[in-house]
Design a protein around this ligand. Structure first.
Ligand SMILES: [Ca+2]
Ligand SMILES: [Ca+2]
Ligand SMILES: [Ca+2]
Length: 137
């Protein structure tokens, strides 16, 4: 279970996969494809993301604050995009809305499933993360 949470499409993991190169299916894809049927549905994505939300919400007040993401570079960078109404907190609705829009970006043919092909395509566009993380080291 822990590895599923850790495997959530965070920038660092994408970076590692991109460096590793030729692996056809990345770990984040396998972590998100919970029923192992070879594609990721929106429900699977949101299930894993909701687990991530609970982990990030350390004080369990049902919102994520900047303090709670302070330990994660990738989530800190994403925080202000997630906080849609700019009240300084990310609630579950904002978090889920972000999940839906990310899903739509990856699901190129818009059929409600992310296939391994679409995942690889997305991964290939994510090389920017590699640069970001190299700099931060
Ligand atoms: Ca909180
Ligand atoms: Ca907010
Ligand atoms: Ca698709």
């Amino acid at each position: 279970m822990k590895s599923i949470i850790l495997g959530l499409g965070c920038g660092l993991l994408l970076a590692v996969s991109a460096i590793a190169g030729e692996q056809p299916l990345s770990n984040w894809f396998k972590a998100l494809d919970q029923n192992g049927n070879g594609d990721i549905s929106l429900v699977e994505l949101q299930t894993v993301r909701n687990q991530r939300f609970s982990v990030l919400d350390a004080n369990r007040d049902n919102v994520i604050s900047t303090e709670e993401v302070a330990g994660s570079v990738s989530w800190s960078q994403r925080f202000f995009r997630l906080d849609h109404n700019s009240d300084g907190y990310v609630n579950l609705a904002e978090f889920e809305a972000n999940g839906r829009s990310r899903f739509a970006i990856i699901d190129i043919d818009d059929n409600g499933k992310i296939t391994s092909h679409e995942a690889i395509n997305f991964q290939n566009k994510s090389h920017i993360y590699v640069t970001t993380h190299k700099v931060s080291r």
